[in-house]
Design a protein around this ligand. Structure first.
Ligand code: OGA
Ligand code: MN
Length: 272
């Protein structure tokens, strides 16, 4: 297994690994360490099957059924599908499922169908973003807690006619909300990271609304400044693994044609 860095803040390529074969415990440990070190791993995995994909996910922990993406069904519920043909592009910055009490610790996404050009994925290191804050801002954020809410995505669609008032009302009533610290600590590295995103984070608890909006807007913009990012141009068969405890990501919705990904997320735990 050879590791080559791809970005200053995050991202590395892993070569010399056949992920379609079972991985021994030592290799899994090395891969996990590489994930913790680089936050995003790019692994060539042409022909990866759903069974192999799930097995690889299970090497990192228990795998989840995604809260809202469709999946492959009957025995493959843990393989979710991000399909541009179904209107799913994930084109706003987010950390996966941050509305859950324990969002996934990581996601493994395999390119099944790629557009001819475009559809790159941007990643941002939440620890690099935190480190670059002023001491005053770090002190201000200490102890703040934010509300992450799945219905925020429905609200955004509602605003632009993509969801009906009833769908929006139902999404709010479903109450898929969780509180998370605005600054989280990575359970493996101990590094502090910013943990807010423009997709799910509604507000900072206990702050006047205009203050919360202003602070969140600043943090969301700050989090994705170029020095904290890595941009991935997908090649056929690429498998990307990201540490959802240390990153945000978004797909550039600049493509025509079909983009279809299979994804497996690994369950996160309290404190992780
Ligand atoms: C996801 C996601 C990014 C991509 O699977 O959670 O945001 O590049 N996908 O498809
Ligand atoms: Mn995602």
């Amino acid at each position: 297994m050879r590791i080559t860095r791809l970005g200053s803040a995050l991202g590395a390529r892993v070569d010399g690994l056949d992920v379609t074969a079972g991985l021994d415990a030592g290799t899994v440990e090395g891969l996990y360490q590489a994930l913790v070190d680089h936050a995003v791993l790019v692994i060539p995995a042409p022909g990866l099957t759903p069974d192999q994909h799930m097995a690889l996910g299970r090497a990192f922990g228990e795998i989840e059924v995604h809260a809202f993406f469709p999946n492959l069904g009957s025995g493959y519920e843990q393989v979710s599908v991000l399909d541009s043909a179904q209107g799913n592009t994930a084109s706003m910055w987010h950390t996966d499922e941050s509305f859950l009490p324990h969002p996934p610790m990581g996601t493994l996404t395999h390119a099944e169908v790629l557009p001819e050009v475009g559809g790159d994925t941007l990643f941002a290191s939440t620890s690099a973003a935190y480190d670059a804050l002023s001491p005053n801002m770090k002190a201000y954020l200490e102890g703040l807690v934010a509300v992450h809410d799945l219905s925020r995505t429905t609200e955004l669609r509602f605003r632009f006619g993509g969801a009906t008032p009833q769908q929006y009302a139902d999404a709010i009533a479903a109450d898929r909300r969780s509180l998370h610290p605005v600054v989280r600590t990575h359970p493996e590295t101990g590094a502090k990271g910013l943990f807010v995103n423009p997709t799910y984070t509604r507000h900072i608890a206990g702050l006047p609304p205009d203050e919360s909006d202003a602070v969140l807007q600043f943090l969301c913009r700050h989090s994705v400044k170029e020095p904290f990012t890595y941009r991935h141009r997908w090649a056929d068969g690429d498998l990307l693994v990201w540490d959802n405890r240390a990153t945000m990501h978004m797909v550039l919705n600049d493509f025509e044609g079909h983009r279809l990904m299979h994804r497996v997320s690994v369950v996160g735990h309290a404190g992780g």
